[in-house]
Design a protein around this ligand. Structure first.
Ligand code: SAH
Ligand code: SF4
Length: 424
């Protein structure tokens, strides 16, 4: 949104709401009561608008997409409402708001149009994020994404490659390919009827001169094809980190979630990948307390975690979000029980993570400095998987933000590492 407004209107970002001409709320509806939070945030912006009537207020993202006109009904001082697929129309919506003197709502799904109208990805150091597809057509029973973002749409093959080649020319060395289900990518190739899959896209991206590392988020176990597994042999530039959400370890629950695979199938994918890349760091997401989850089924989930030996885990209590099919299932799990199961899961994973991180003590790694103060620095492991190694704390060294340094790991806990500089 900031990129779009900067490119079209020359607007600058500010951290001070009282100085802003436009205030935008980017909303997420994946879990919890997101609408309530939005309206309470809006209430504060309203006070600013009372003091300065020219202030424009906008609501974007998935809550906007779900609520649409209802937002303007409940908060008539809101000027524009736009969804994830119409954020490129922001300048036009703001202009129409001025011309017509009434709130503008556009939460349509104009599909591919958005990709053609976004300014080029802005670059953060030597990394860039590049969207390759949008939306989701999987309809897992607990999830609202397919309704708020629409079905899967892929960017044409050449468009993605041309954008990445341009980024590489500007000095980008690492790309992170983005999409709700990147391995559902089906990009049109030129004017032919041929379609490129994700594995082919990866091969072409790897061939772009200057691109040294390729990451992607998020992939889905169902489309983790033999071709994609094979990519881990053929493409050394693919980083040694994979986030592959599994959600549960019980087949009955996976079926009720409509995930479309069994726990065994997931484990088999992981086994094949680890056979190719023994150092592959893996993370996953889990939902606990799904409607009807019994104590036995939850224990199956714990067993799964024990066997899978993941490096990092995101775990969430089932949250009955508006519009999700699973809400109609019987036997919702009591919130205290959900809390308890979540704690048990996290406790088990902390033991596993602590053990994995402890194995890094004594090793050296290259890290990227993120923040410095009088006491020392906080850095991320840049070599393989920053989100996996957690943060690396460095005591007392005289370092600068953005600097790459080689550190020797001296200590660890269940989340993070500590190290000392051996080479700048
Ligand atoms: N496309 C990704 C997930 C995106 S949502 C996939 O299919 O795996 C990010 C995470 O939020 C999910 O992995 C899931 O664990 C969690 N999540 C989604 N809806 C949820 C809900 N209703 N309650 C609790 N967690 C949820
Ligand atoms: Fe939601 Fe399932 Fe799509 Fe992931 S694959 S975004 S969980 S519907």
């Amino acid at each position: 949104m900031a990129d779009v407004l900067r490119a079209c209107e020359g607007m600058e970002q500010t951290d001070k709401p009282e100085e802003a001409d436009v205030i935008l709320f980017n909303t997420c509806s994946i879990r919890e009561k997101a609408e309530d939070k939005v309206f309470s945030d809006l209430g504060r912006a309203r006070l600013l608008k009372q003091a300065r009537p020219d202030l424009l207020i906008g609501v974007g993202g998935c809550v906007a997409s779900q609520e649409g006109e209802a937002i303007v009904k409940r908060a008539p001082y809101v000027d524009v409402v736009f969804g994830p697929q119409t954020l490129h129309r922001l300048p036009e919506l703001l202009a129409r708001r001025e011309r017509q003197s009434r709130p503008q709502v556009d939460i349509s799904f104009p599909e591919i149009e958005k990709f053609d109208h976004l300014p080029p990805a802005r670059v953060d150091g030597c990394s860039a994020f590049v969207s390759i597809m949008e939306g989701c057509s999987k309809y897992c029973s607990y999830c609202v994404v397919p309704y708020t973002r629409g079905d899967e749409v892929s960017r044409p093959f050449e468009d993605v490659l041309v954008e990445i080649a341009g980024l590489a020319d500007q000095g980008v060395r690492e790309v992170n390919l983005l999409g709700q289900n990147v391995n559902a990518y089906r990009g049109k190739m030129g004017d032919t009827a041929e379609i490129a899959d994700f594995a082919l896209l990866l091969e072409y991206v790897a061939d772009i001169p200057g691109i040294e590392r390729i990451r992607y988020t998020t992939s889905h176990p169902n489309e983790f094809t033999p071709r994609l597994i094979e990519a881990y042999v053929k493409i050394p530039k693919l980083v040694n980190h994979l986030h592959l959400p599994v959600q549960h370890g019980s087949d009955r629950i996976l079926m009720a979630m409509k995930r479309g695979y069994t726990a065994m199938e997931y484990k088999s994918t992981v086994r094949k990948l680890r056979a190719i890349r023994p150092d592959l760091a893996m993370s996953s997401d889990f939902i606990v307390g799904f409607p009807g989850e019994t104590e036995e089924e939850f224990e199956e989930l714990l067993d799964f975690i024990e066997v899978a030996q993941l490096d990092r885990v995101g775990a969430f209590k089932y949250s009955p979000v508006e519009g999700a099919a699973a809400n109609a299932l019987p036997d919702h799990v009591d919130p205290h029980e959900q809390e308890d199961r979540l704690a048990r899961l996290m406790y088990l994973q902390e033991e596993i993570s602590a053990e994995k991180l402890a194995k890094k003590v004594g090793k050296t790694m290259t890290v990227l400095v993120d923040d410095v103060d009088e006491e020392g620095a906080v850095a991320r492991s840049a070599a393989d998987a920053p989100e996996i190694d957690g943060l690396v704390y460095i005591n007392g060294a005289d370092l600068e933000v953005g600097e790459f340094v080689t550190v020797k790991i001296t200590d660890s806990d269940e989340h993070d590492l500590w190290g000392e500089v051996v080479r700048k």
